[in-house]
Ligand binder design. Structure first.
Ligand code: C2E
Ligand code: MG
Ligand code: MG
Length: 719
């Protein structure tokens, strides 16, 4: 835009400048012509106003005339033709370019000259009306004009009287001879004017047809105002020339400006597009989950309310499936968030592959997914989909080479649209909880207001909070761990119990997971650790083992808290054993390694609980270094019944010994199990055969009894 405006302005200025230049040239040409018209009579007068000229012309003195008036003047001043005319108007001498020619030559110019002579004679007659002899009155009279001489020539014709220059001679008006000069307006004349007034290639043309369109032409008028020819020349157009000279530069600049403008425009356009894309992305992200790219809760609710509206209008059913992964939390805790994310992605892909075109899969948060299934006419279709979801998620997942089993529970509910969205969601959710309570890895159709299980769960959570706050109802029991050979208590494992006001004594299996899920595990674990240490300090028990949840263990303040507890209770770190599950070590995280090192550096022992149930791998045992393996009770239970189990247990024991670790067999319930384990070289035994978990007081009794008596009544006072 700017460049176009500049170009127009520049062009306008150039035209103005060039117009002025042409005006100057036109004026110069006119001046040149009028100067010529002035000069010729002057040149004539230099010889014609001369007494001798009158005398010699009257006398017909050819030689004198040639040398001073006719040939000489023609030659000297370059007048093309010179004529001397007698008082009767007839030529007495004709000269052409300095050479005397026949009087017939006059005929060529007569038509142009005669009228002028007539006019001049009239003027002279008028001027000398009072005195026919008064020569003075005639001096200065003359006539000059531009005249068409022939169809091909135009010239300046100047007629002057030949007069005496003093009063020694009387000249009567009726006897005056005339001097006529003709200067043709030819190319030479034009060139001379052009040169003098700096007009390039000035030429004369008689006819307008001879003019060129790229030249400037200026008409030449006679005294009567008739056009008798044209001067024409090459205009000097400085601005045009300047433009021509600078055109490449200007064009370059213009091109540059256009390019720069185009670039700027394109940049602006791409920026706008980028902004639009960003905006589109932002809009997408506002309605989609960034990890799985599935619609999020906002989009889900929008679609669900739409589907309910459609169902109402079309008299169809919409089915809502609420899906929750059964063991997501433990995968996340065990393998870390990156693995958890990878699992969610795989789950989203599996779900996506199960649904039809009109169904919508959404991720509502965490490990919660949902499917909206519109236009359901046969409820068996919905149940079929729910079953397919359960079956698909039951299949193991491959997470960085580990085969992981997660499974999912589905709660579903259908509606004809005559229900609030929130109510439908709540019903599907209740069905989901029922599916979970029913053992997970299943689907459940909402079947009326059940609610008790869910309410139970919510109640339990708030009651656990109360218990932790008030320290009422929580209690530790201790299960002694025996030396294989001597039947002597080596230490004890602290196991938490919750004496629920209404439900009686609850097992940790019921509330540890709840505590983990509801963020109460750190508080609970800290209390257990403190309680166990306090107990050990005040007893003869050689050491106490405390179970630590992976969530607790990964807390960055865990080590600090343990050390703080040891300090606060005054327990020797060598008397504390920490039991962790092997899944924790699988994460291969530097933080876990560091915590392990810090604990063991203080002399605290670390035992791997439930060994053999998880991903038992020698490599992580090497990497992490633990002090003890606790063979899971599921192995112990099958000892002596299954040869394969026997050899697994034997190799675990061999492995532990090779790596200089202690070995405890959990869940020893029979004599035969005990003798097999002794035979295999297992160091330590724990189980109902030897002792059930017992209260703190009974534990103290057992220890002191051991100090005094060698014989201990096994399994007394079961807890
Ligand atoms: P665990 O660490 O493997 O504890 C051993 C479990 O086996 C205990 O169940 C114990 O009562 C039971 N047990 C011992 N001997 C036998 C036997 O001969 N036969 C059978 N069938 N069972 C036997 P409990 O006390 O119900 O604890 C269950 C799990 O809860 C524990 O398994 C442990 O993982 C967890 N837990 C217990 N207390 C705590 C705690 O304070 N903190 C954390 N984080 N977890 C705990
Ligand atoms: Mg344990
Ligand atoms: Mg165990």
């Amino acid at each position: 835009m700017l460049s176009i405006a500049l170009a127009i302005l520049g062009w306008w200025a150039a035209v103005k400048i060039d117009d002025r230049s042409i005006a100057r040239e036109t004026k110069a040409v006119r001046t040149g012509l009028s100067e010529l018209l002035d000069r010729i009579p002057h040149e004539q007068d230099s010889s014609a106003i001369w007494t001798e000229a009158v005398v010699n012309v009257r006398a017909g003195n050819d030689e004198w005339i040639a040398e001073n008036l006719a040939e000489w003047l023609s030659e000297y001043f370059g007048h093309d033709r010179v004529y001397l005319i007698d008082p009767d108007g007839e030529p007495i001498r004709a000269v052409e370019r300095g050479v005397r020619v026949s009087l017939l030559a006059y005929e060529r110019d007569r038509a142009a000259i005669d009228p002028m002579i007539a006019t001049l004679r009239q003027q002279m007659a008028v001027a000398s009306a009072e005195d026919a002899d008064a020569t003075d009155a005639l001096v200065g009279i003359g006539m000059e004009d531009v005249r068409t001489l022939s169809p091909s020539s135009t010239g300046i014709v100047s007629v002057r009287p030949i007069l005496p220059s003093d009063d020694t001679l009387v000249q009567r008006v009726g006897e005056v001879f005339l001097h006529v000069s003709v200067v043709e307006l030819d190319q030479d004349t034009a060139a001379a004017i052009g040169q003098k007034f700096d007009v390039e290639d000035l030429r004369f043309a008689q006819q307008s047809a001879d003019l060129d369109s790229d030249r400037i032409a200026n008409p030449v008028l006679d005294s009567a105002g008739r056009i008798v020819g044209f001067f024409h020349w090459l205009p000097d157009e400085p601005a045009y020339q300047l433009i021509q000279e600078t055109a490449p530069l200007l064009a370059g600049t213009a091109l540059f400006l256009v390019l720069a403008g185009t670039l700027l425009f394109l940049r602006l356009q791409s920026t706008t597009e980028r902004l639009e894309t960003t905006q589109a992305q932002a809009t997408f992200l506002a309605y989609h989950d960034s990890l799985t790219r599935l619609p999020n809760r906002a989009m889900f609710e929008h679609k669900l309310s739409q589907a309910l509206g459609d169902a109402r209008r079309n008299n169809t059913q919409v089915v809502l499936h609420c899906i929750d992964l059964d063991r997501f939390k433990s995968v996340n805790d065990t393998f870390g968030h990156a693995a958890g994310d990878a699992l969610l992605l795989q789950v989203s892909h599996r779900l996506g592959s199960l649904v039809g075109e009109s169904d919508l899969v959404a991720r509502l948060g965490g490990d919660e997914f949902a499917i909206i299934q519109p236009n359901v006419s046969d409820m068996r279709d919905a149940l079929g989909l729910a079953q397919r979801v359960v079956s698909a998620l039951e299949q193991s997942f491959d997470l960085e080479g580990h085969e992981i089993e997660v499974s999912a529970s589905v709660g579903l509910m259908s509606s004809d649209g005559h229900i609030e969205m929130e109510d439908l969601l709540r019903q599907a959710d209740l069905a989901l909880y029922e599916a979970k309570a029913g053992g997970r890895n299943r689907y459940m159709l909402y079947a009326g207001e059940l609610g008790t299980l869910l309410r139970d769960r919510l109640d339990l959570e708030s009651e656990l909070r109360d218990a932790l706050r008030s320290r009422q109802g929580l209690e530790l029991v201790y299960q002694p761990i025996y030396c294989t050979r001597e039947n002597k208590i080596l230490g004890a494992e602290a196991l938490v119990r919750w004496e629920h006001p209404k439900r009686g004594r609850l097992s940790p299996d019921v509330f540890i997971r709840l505590a983990e899920e509801r963020g109460l595990i750190n508080q609970l674990g800290h209390w257990v650790m403190h309680e166990a240490c306090r107990f050990a300090v005040n007893s003869q028990l050689p050491w106490v083992a405390v179970n630590v949840s992976p969530i607790q263990f990964r807390d960055e303040r865990f080590t600090e808290r343990v050390f703080g507890t040891l300090e606060a209770t005054g327990l020797d770190p060598a008397r504390l054993e920490i039991e962790v599950t092997e899944g924790l070590l699988l994460q291969n995280s530097p933080e876990v390694q560091q915590t392990l090192r810090a604990l063991r550096g203080r002399g605290i022992r670390v035992a791997l609980d439930d060994f053999g149930t998880g991903y038992s791998s020698i490599s992580y045992l090497r990497t992490y270094g633990v002090d003890k393996l606790k063979i899971d009770q599921s192995f112990t239970a099958q000892l002596g019944q299954d040869g394969e189990i026997d050899s697994i247990v034997r190799s675990i024991i061999d492995l532990g010994r090779a790596m200089k670790m202690k070995l405890t067999a959990e869940g020893v319930e029979t004599e035969s199990q005990r003798s097999i384990l002794i035979g295999m070289g297992c160091d330590q035994l724990q189980g109902y055969l030897l002792s059930r978990p017992v209260s703190a007081q009974v534990m103290l009794d057992l220890i002191s009894a051991q100090s005094y008596k060698r014989n201990i009544v096994l399994g007394r006072q079961a807890v």
